[in-house]
Design a protein around this ligand. Structure first.
Ligand code: ZN
Ligand code: ZN
Length: 389
């Protein structure tokens, strides 16, 4: 089959690889009909995710048709259309039983690598390095889905791929980011980063009762989408100081909650941003926490800070004293996908949201390297790329 393979930093190519096969009774094989490139794939492209190997297949946002089933998978049939959550979860462990699906204890065969770095291992992830299980991703014609009896969600008739594809990651991720803000009626939420997850965080914040959402970015087309499609008030941080502006827009008090939908490769202005660029480039710092610093300094006292952008390692000069003295509550983590897919699929079915609004580019799988390039460099007004195998 054809698949998008990683060959090194800034080197991804379409190659021919062996078809996946059933390895365990709980596996399924999916013929992929739609797959997307995610902001967190760019961290791999840029070479910031360790334990990648030459030839690894990327992609963790994919859906398709069931073509082969292990003997233990009874919840779906051959031919069903399904979406696949990007986190791999067993359904039976301590964490899965407590609805903490992205912390599954049984889905990362390389858990020891993550334990060495983090103390414990989170769940395995599709297409996201060997530290997270070394699973082949879904930017391909076919994929093997382990624990398919809990990891496949049937798509109801009448919904298109474009409407449900983002249930595999970015819609639930934006939704959990907003849910982690403990939004109360009348609240103001500020969202740093208007990439696809940021857009869904804005929409979700309104769905959960926020009165105002302030969105911060530097890319005009993203800000325009945040304003026109999602109803946010917008700040371009290259034109004005976002920290000051957010404070002013909230009468000096600061937003009730702040979402960092940027993560480890933040851009920024000023000497701190320069410091991070240099330290990360020479690998003295794994993450550039520009957005996180501003989030902590901007959030109102006693407010909630929600982290949806991916962090991988160690952060420098995070104003932890400010976080402590302002009594902030932090919530973060990979999304507990299996908790959200059904209710959010229903929200799509009921017409409360149409997630396809973020798609700016549809390309054949063959053109995936080009898709990565325009998404990374924000060329052609690219916000979200969908690939069609
Ligand atoms: Zn993703
Ligand atoms: Zn589990």
């Amino acid at each position: 089959m054809k698949a998008l393979c990683w060959h090194g930093a800034n080197d991804v190519r379409i190659g021919n690889v062996p078809d996946p096969t059933i390895l365990n009774p709980r596996d399924a094989i999916i013929k992929i009909t739609s797959t997307a490139i995610c902001g967190s794939d760019l961290h791999i492209l840029d070479g910031y995710i360790p334990s990648m190997k030459e030839g690894d297949i990327l992609g963790h946002e994919f859906m398709g048709e069931v073509v082969e089933l292990g003997s233990a998978v009874k919840n779906v049939k051959i031919g069903d259309r399904v979406v696949v959550p990007f986190t791999i979860s067993c359904g039976g462990c301590f964490f899965c039983q407590r609805d903490l699906w992205s912390l599954c204890d049984n889905s990362n065969p390389n858990g020891w690598m993550a334990e060495a770095a983090m103390g414990h291992s989170p769940s395995g992830l599709f297409g996201y390095s060997h530290m997270f299980g070394g699973y082949a991703g879904g930017q391909a014609e076919y994929a093997r889905v382990p624990f398919a009896d809990v990891g496949l969600f049937k798509v109801p008739d009448g919904l298109s791929d474009d409407q449900v594809l983002f249930l595999t990651d970015i819609f639930p991720t934006g939704y959990m980011a907003a849910e982690n803000c403990n939004i109360e009626p009348g609240d103001t939420v500020a969202v740093w980063g208007c990439g696809p997850v940021g857009q869904f965080a804005i929409k979700s914040a309104f769905m959960l009762g926020a009165e105002r959402v302030i969105a911060i970015d530097r890319i005009p087309e993203r800000l325009q989408m945040a304003k026109e499609q999602c109803g946010a008030e917008i700040i371009n941080y290259e034109e004005i100081d976002a920290g000051e502006a957010v404070k002013e827009m909230t009468g000096g008090r600061g937003p009730d909650s702040c979402i960092d939908a940027v993560g480890m490769e933040a851009h920024g202005t000023g000497p701190m941003a320069m410091y991070d660029q240099v330290k990360q480039a020479v690998r003295l710092e794994t993450d550039r926490p520009t957005a996180l610093r501003q989030v902590i300094l901007s959030c109102r006292k006693g407010g909630h800070v929600s982290l949806a952008g991916v962090y991988g390692g160690f952060l420098d000069k995070v104003p932890f004293g400010a976080a402590f003295n302002k009594g902030l509550t932090f919530k973060m983590g990979q999304t507990h996908m299996h908790r959200y897919i059904k209710p959010l699929m229903e929200a799509v079915q009921q017409g409360k949201i149409d997630p396809s609004f973020v798609i700016t580019h549809k390309l054949p799988l063959d053109q995936a390297p080009h898709g990565y390039e325009i998404f990374r460099d924000k060329k052609e007004n690219c916000i979200k790329v969908v690939l069609k195998p």
